[in-house]
Design a protein around this ligand. Sequence first.
Ligand code: NDP
Length: 459
Amino acid sequence: MPLLKIVNPATHAVVARVPADTAASIRKKYQLARAAQPAWAQTPLAQRIDALIRFREKIVARREELAKILTREVGKPIAQSRNELNGVLGRIDFFVNHVSKAGRDEVVFADRGEKLEEKISHEPLGVIANISAWNYPYFVGSNVFVPALLTGNAVLYKPSEFATLSGLEIGRMFHQSGVPEDVFVPVIGGGEAGAALLKQPVDGVFFTGSYATGRKVAAAAGIRMIKVQLELGGKDPIYVCDDADVEAAAAGIADGAFYNAGQSCCAVERLYVHESIYVPFVEAFVAAVRGFKVGDPMHDDTYIGPLARKPQLAVLKRQVADARKKGARLLTGGRPLARTGNYFAPTVFSDVNHQMELMREESFGPIIGIQQVKNDAEAVRLMNDTEYGLTAGVYTPDRKRAEAILAQIKSGSVYWNCCDRVSPRLPWSGVGHSGIGLTLSTYGIQTFLRPKAWHLRSL
Ligand code: NDP
């Protein structure tokens, strides 16, 4: 088997070499999953729930060790790795508490005179491919594999090659919790392993990743007529109104933009500020960003660590050069840090516009542009001037004003006085290049079930 090299993005040291799958081993894994899935679907729901509760207990028991593994392979500051693991617990609880209702049979019509009943039942899709991103392997993975397993599906789980060790731990914990080895199956490797997985006759593909790869996944799934869900990137805007609390908004939005070094699908990537508070807001925002501690992700007090992937440094450098050339004002940062590891200085630009790549392309790093606007109408126009549509937010004490603005925004989630937030109770979806389908909420359980229509006439 070929070996996959796992590199620590903070030190560039090789931390592990892991056997990777081949096309043949992926084919074999698929066949075993196909054979194992019916028995898993017939396992009583209470037993499947018990397995997931044991999985949750293992995360709690091993939280510190799992956080260190995650930090070592993706460079996420250790406090944020712990947050991710804590957050997963709430997601598991939500799915466990709602799966029974979401999958219950429903009689939608019954007429004794006509002796007719109409009923909807729900069946698992079967064997699904779950191709995942590296930025939140526990979070974005659990949105898919937890409800998929609870509803009786087998899951071929392909973690990003940059989150391989965490993916293997997830598999190990499921197997120790009573999920059969052929029902939750890690598929290890890079993009070619993902592509080989899509050649298997799976019943659905659930993908989290970039728009560019999402297009390839959609094409592979489309030709096979199988269910496809794509959770893709974003260029998420925030608008700060003239009546906002400048200090509080600046602190909250800086966190939403720079948490996990900006490597969140719903990180704030564009900022529009009303002209009447533009100057004090920019000042408060830059002060907040300068206050972030950059450093070794293994240290408890580090807020910004290295980027997980080295090539992203070149993307950020290109966006900085383009913004400067087109007249943006660099307020802080603007270059990689002179130290080992994929570090980029937290970067803020003012005087930006939509001719700049910085305001149009996903940055996925610690960088943001702030643009001045005259009124709400201009803010709405600029917020909607994108191919993406994952999240958007407004800061103002006036709820009516916020709701009026957010109603006009094309995006899956909208925020009032908050940002960079995901809730298991609400559907997570994107518009345009941000994706197709959804996860989370009770809709995000039903998406792993196929509704069957029963027309029942008694004689
Ligand atoms: P990529 O698109 O690079 O990779 C996503 C997954 O697809 C990885 O497992 C990757 O493998 C795999 N892959 C690569 N090529 C192929 C292929 N040809 N066929 C099948 N699978 C393939 O995304 P990243 O991992 O870099 O994640 C960052 C992106 O994810 C950002 O755009 C971010 O916005 C988005 N994202 C969206 C979320 C949402 O909820 N909307 C949540 C989290 C992230 P490998 O990594 O091994 O190459």
